[in-house]
Every structure is written in structure tokens, then in C-alpha cells.
Design a protein around this ligand. Structure first.
Ligand SMILES: [Zn+2]
Length: 234
């Protein structure tokens, strides 16, 4: 067994030069074995990267065929007076919007993606409301909640895409959750009682505030911040 005189790496008997530092191998007691096959392949092959367009086409055709099959079954065979296939078609549309555009447009900004995702949820809930004949609750309750959630996500995406630290990101996300929960109760109260009577959402908001306050204190104190980063490997 030989070792490289320069970098100390263990050498294969077939090596005439160190594979790391290219220092020639001279060992009078063990000449280079030219008969043995080298321990590594002479050809270097790379794994082909997955073609994004092919994956997008595959996903589109899978989701599209599921939607079409359910729609046809609903129209011609299993028509029970209800457009039940809208649930499947809506889910397929929503999954398509969630998965395919981000796959094709890698450079898509985060806020655009989040906005699209919220729109997809809005479309899906709209399709459900058609089956349940609930356009009233869709426009009066579901749509405002989805639009508010979407607006909060777009704002969060815009702020976070400017490269924030993990601590800042966690603080902002917890704040956004608290805000969103409060807006849900606001819309539900207005829908049911035509008045805003904050109750359960205040509990969630208080928990969010209790989580945010220590995070803000940690962010403001450089010594504390460095300690937290060390402990949690940020
Ligand atoms: Zn070497």
C-alpha cells in the first residue's frame, strides 16, 4: 500500500500519479500495476436533469384526464341532479395552478405565486358554492376571507422576497397568522350578527403576540440574537 508523498492520500496499486494532487507515484518496492483495472470508471457520466416541460405536461395531462373523466361521468352516467364532478374538477384546477406555473417559471416571484395560490383556492370554493347553491355565503363570507388571506400572503411574499433573516421571517409569519385569524372572526361576525364581537380570535391573536414579543426583543439585542442563532444553527 502506497501513500502520496505530497498530500498523504492512500493510493491504489494501479495509480501512477496521485488522483488528488497529481504528484507522480514512485515506490521502488511496489511498482505501478498496469495489469489491474483502475478502481474507478474511465468515463464520467452525469445524471440527466429532469425536463421541467415534460413533468409539467405529465402533471397537466394527469389532472386534465381526471377532470374530464369525472365531468363526462357526471354529465352522462352518474347524474344525480348535482354537479358533484365540480369538486374533482376544482381540485384538479387548484392543484394545476399550485404545481405547474411554479415548475415552468422558476424565477417567478414569491408574491406572484402566493397570489395565484389564493386565486386557485377562491376558484375552488366558488365551484363548491355552485353545488351547494351558496352564492350568498360565497360572496358574503368565503370570498372576503380568501381575498384577505390572499392579500396578506402577497404582502408577506413581497416583504420576505427581499431576503429577510429567519428570525424576522418567523416574526412576520406569526403576525400574519394572527391578523388573518382576526379577519376571519370579523367576517364571520358580520355575516352572522352584522356586528364585530371579537372573541376566540383574540385568544389566537394574544398567543401570536406572546410569541412575537420575545422574538422582537431577541432581534433588537445583538448578543441575544447571536446566542439564538448559535443554539438553533440559523
Ligand atoms: Zn497527493
Amino acid at each position: 500500500m502506497s501513500y502520496c508523498v505530497n498530500c498523504g492520500v492512500e493510493l491504489d496499486p494501479t495509480a501512477s500519479a496521485c488522483p488528488l494532487c497529481q504528484t507522480p507515484v514512485v515506490n521502488p518496492r511496489q511498482p505501478v500495476d498496469t495489469e489491474l483495472p483502475p478502481p474507478f470508471p474511465s468515463r464520467r457520466e452525469e445524471v440527466q436533469p429532469v425536463n421541467k416541460i415534460e413533468v409539467a405536461l405529465l402533471l397537466s395531462s394527469m389532472l386534465g384526464s381526471v377532470a374530464v373523466v369525472c365531468g363526462v361521468l357526471n354529465l352522462f352516467f352518474l347524474h344525480s341532479g348535482r354537479p358533484w364532478s365540480l369538486y374533482v374538477i376544482g381540485a384538479a384546477v387548484m392543484l394545476w395552478i399550485w404545481l405547474v406555473p411554479p415548475l415552468l417559471f422558476r424565477g417567478m416571484p414569491l408574491w406572484v405565486r402566493l397570489g395565484l395560490d389564493a386565486c386557485a383556492v377562491g376558484v375552488y370554493v366558488y365551484l363548491i358554492s355552485i353545488d351547494l347553491q351558496g352564492l350568498g355565503w360565497y360572496l358574503g363570507l368565503a370570498l372576503p376571507i380568501i381575498l384577505t388571506g390572499g392579500a396578506i400572503m402577497v404582502a408577506l411574499g413581497l416583504i420576505l422576497s427581499r431576503g429577510r433573516s429567519i428570525l424576522t421571517s418567523i416574526t412576520l409569519i406569526i403576525g400574519a397568522i394572527g391578523l388573518f385569524v382576526m379577519s376571519i372572526e370579523f367576517y364571520v361576525d358580520h355575516w352572522l350578527h352584522q356586528a364585530y364581537l371579537p372573541g376566540w380570535s383574540l385568544v389566537v391573536a394574544a398567543i401570536c403576540a406572546a410569541l412575537i414579543i420575545p422574538l422582537v426583543i431577541v432581534r433588537r439585542r445583538p448578543a441575544l440574537r447571536d446566542e439564538v442563532r448559535r443554539r438553533f444553527h440559523m
